[in-house]
Design a protein around this ligand. Structure first.
Ligand code: ADP
Ligand code: MG
Length: 242
């Protein structure tokens, strides 16, 4: 089970008089295997929220649970999550296989198990014929798939995506979007997917969190958000008539 609960989660950067609160009391209950999109304009706090779930950023107040376990004080490696970024840093001198296997080798997983996992991920991502190449010999879209493969082989309960498509051109973006949907269906993962793109949010989300200036303005299905916006901000941002 990998449900996610956010209870009154807050974040301030800096201390004392210099403190700047960037997340204001976010509450959300995400079900196991649900695909949630966090959408809002640049600077509204999407990455900060995601990084707190990942454990890359300390939380200032409230509580985050993953699979019913409070994770506030757990290191990223203890949280059973994988994160896919916009700037996927692959190891340039390593083959695709070794890029995907690296995290498992560090954990001293048996070689046969590593091979099974990499082959399975490569099949899902259609990377099987590219395993011997190095990143330089790949297209942008293929590199992005390797970055996803590296996350998949860890078999995490929760996937966190921070604008993973924004460096891709329109065609590749649409294609990769389909691949992410396939991943969600086939692996039954729970996903938090951050984007500033309303169309991407509407197409990918089972439910979406609409953020503005650190505040969760609405949490609902794309239909609800579109037809019953909770605020004038949501109405104008999502583009439905007021
Ligand atoms: P988004 O991902 O929605 O663009 P961010 O979560 O990156 O937004 O940023 C939210 C706010 O927090 C912004 O005002 C940003 O300037 C500020 N911020 C982000 N990271 C830091 C940091 N490390 N120190 C201080 N302020 C930060
Ligand atoms: Mg961001």
């Amino acid at each position: 089970m990998a449900s996610i609960q956010l209870k009154n989660v807050t974040k301030s950067y800096g201390k004392g008089k210099q403190a700047l609160q960037v997340i204001h009391g976010v509450n959300a209950d995400v079900a196991d295997r649900e695909f949630i999109v966090i959408v809002g304009p640049s600077g509204c706090g999407k990455s900060t929220l995601l990084r707190m779930v990942a454990g890359l950023e300390e939380i200032s107040g409230g509580e985050i649970s993953i699979g019913g376990r409070v994770v506030n004080d757990l290191e990223p490696a203890e949280r059973d999550i994988a994160m896919v970024f916009q700037n996927y840093a692959l190891y340039p001198h390593m083959s695709v296989f070794n890029n995907m296997a690296y995290g498992l080798k560090i954990k001293k997983m048996p070689v046969a198990e590593i091979k099974t996992r990499v082959d399975k991920a490569a099949a899902i991502l259609e990377l099987g014929h590219l395993l011997d190449r190095t990143p330089r010999q790949l297209s942008g879209g293929q590199r992005q798939r390797v970055a996803m493969g590296r996350a998949i082989v860890r078999e995490p309960q929760v996937f966190l995506f921070d604008e993973p498509l924004s460096n891709l051109d329109a065609k590749l973006r649409a294609q990769t979007r389909l691949e992410i949907q396939k991943l969600h269906r086939e692996l039954g993962i729970t996903a938090l997917f951050v984007t500033h793109d309303q169309v991407e949010a509407m197409t990918l989300a089972e439910r979406m969190i609409v953020m503005n200036a650190g505040v969760m303005e609405q949490f609902g299905t794309p239909e609800e958000v579109y037809h019953r916006p909770a605020s004038t901000f949501v109405a104008s941002f999502i583009g439905s008539p007021p």
